[in-house]
Design a binder for this molecule. Structure first.
Ligand SMILES: Cc1ncc(COP(=O)(O)O)c(C=O)c1O
Length: 469
């Protein structure tokens, strides 16, 4: 055979970071080296990654929330092989393929009510772009509204909805007519909607950055119901971005079910892919959909060449089946509760844990200043350099000493986020809680390796801040 991928991987394995330094994002390589995430993974299965020596790494990051069903799920692998063996006609474009019809049917079933009209894209940001266009086309209005602290993706439309200057700065002008209101501020929302010029109000029912949602942190539990009612009153479409929190991640098939919501548009991606072929979907009501594809001349007025491709559709169908057959949505809820209960127990021992909050397998651990004078001083120095440094130290400690992948929950916050596969069991929960316990024990000593690493990180961040790196 002229091309042999297995030999290629075997021959070049280990060159990963050199190749990326040379040909891809060398700044990311520097960051990964600094925080000790510069590993070469040879294999993955379920909740674990493995290096060449066979060491296992517990994956509580899940590729930013993609691997709800676990990595390399056998049903997904078999589905891909079977789909290839069928030699189907793919992306004919001027036809109506079976698999996209079936996935549309499957998504309509799980979103319920009269949301029965689907559009497929290739990523989360792409389907949020579609949501903006659908909302504008079907209402004839121009403005969009989103929440402060939100994240909806990084292409221009969804970046404009993403209220975060860390992502927005440096890229020039964003979409005009976008405004933001604070999660929980119902009066500000009404003021913004009352002019009746807002096409859509988009929310992540459980916000990815920081894991915020109504019912915690002083946000009224009925905020979303009130927001949805205001949208109805003023003719604005209520849009739920379920790209991260959907498909079981937050312990329900869709996170909006926690508040009995009835959104006009739902967007999803990540978990739907099964972790193999990128896919995104938007589901809405027929009148909204027809507002876009309103006559024969406009039948492909919004489309994407690779959307609806057979492999992506097959993976979506297989993922829905796996979620159902393995009862993974229920499992996400149950294991998430178990993990949060253990972490709240741990918080009684470690004063640095301020709060544990989450839904299902989407969990935030927020930290706070310690009480001992020396540690408070160290914390203050960190905070002055960069607010996200303390959680970065925890993420490093979990990786360096316990081979567990986690992430900082966002910019300028003392929070780590954990997004484990829904398939975690007692073993994974024990390993994570014990590891965090040990890392926090080490943080209790200002002369231990944790603060030494933290000091190096602070020096590095200080140099970057002052333009020296
Ligand atoms: C809530 C939410 N919306 C949209 C996106 C963007 O998705 P993608 O990275 O697939 O473009 C993400 C990604 O993290 C997300 O969490």
């Amino acid at each position: 055979m002229s091309f042999d991928i297995k030999s290629l991987v075997a021959e070049r394995f280990g060159e990963n970071y050199e190749l990326h330094t040379q040909y891809l994002n060398r700044t990311l390589v520097s960051v990964l080296r600094t925080i000790g995430f510069d590993k070469c993974y040879a294999r993955a299965e379920g909740c674990y990654l493995y290096d060449k020596a066979g060491n296992d790494y517990l994956d509580f990051l899940s590729g930013y929330g993609v691997y709800g069903i676990g990595r390399n799920h056998p049903v997904l692998k078999q589905t891909i092989k079977d789909t290839l063996d069928l030699d189907l006609s793919n992306m004919v474009q001027m036809d109506c393929a079976l698999l996209s019809g079936l996935l549309g049917e499957g998504i309509a079933k799980i979103t319920g009510a009269d949301r029965d009209s689907c559009f497929f894209g290739n990523s989360g940001t792409e389907v949020n772009e579609a949501a903006i266009k659908f909302a504008r086309a079907s209402t004839g209005r121009n403005k969009m509204l989103s929440l402060k602290g939100s994240y909806h993706g990084l292409s221009y439309g969804s970046l404009s909805l993403t209220q975060n200057t860390n992502f927005q700065d440096g890229f020039g002008e964003l979409l005009p007519g976008v405004d933001y209101v604070a999660l929980g501020d119902i009066a500000a929302l009404e003021t913004a909607l009352a002019k009746k010029d807002v096409a859509g109000f988009i929310v992540e029912p459980v916000q990815g950055k920081g894991v915020h949602f109504p019912g915690v942190g002083g946000i009224a539990p009925n905020y979303y119901q009130q927001a949805q009612a205001l949208c109805r009153k003023y003719g604005t479409l209520f849009i739920c971005d379920e790209v991260q929190c959907g498909l079981g991640r937050a312990g329900k098939m869709f996170a909006y079910e926690h508040w009995d919501l009835d959104p006009d548009i739902v967007t999803m991606a990540k978990t739907l892919s099964g972790g193999f072929v990128p896919v995104g979907a938007i589901v809405t009501r027929r009148p909204v959909y027809q507002g876009v594809f309103s006559n024969m001349k406009r039948c492909v007025v919004h489309s994407s060449t690779f959307g609806r491709n057979n492999l992506a559709m097959a993976c979506g169908l297989a993922t829905l089946r796996v979620l159902e057959e393995e009862k993974l949505v229920e499992r996400s809820a149950q294991r998430g509760e178990q993990l949060m209960a253990r972490l709240r127990e741990l918080a009684k021992k470690h004063e640095m844990i301020k709060e544990v909050r989450g839904k299902g397998c989407m969990i935030a651990i927020e930290f706070q200043k310690p009480s001992s004078l020396l540690l408070r001083m160290a914390w203050k120095i960190f905070d002055n350099v960069d607010k996200g440094l303390f959680p970065e130290m925890i993420v490093h400690g979990l990786m360096a000493e316990h081979r567990i992948l986690t992430q900082v929950a966002g910019h300028n916050m003392d929070v780590i986020k954990i997004l484990p596969p829904y398939t975690i069991g007692d073993r994974e929960i024990d390993r994570f809680v014990d590891a965090l316990d040990k890392v926090l024990d080490e943080c209790g000593s200002p002369v231990g390796p944790m603060w030494t690493f933290g000091a190096n990180l602070a020096r590095h961040a200080f140099a970057v801040k002052n333009g020296k790196k």
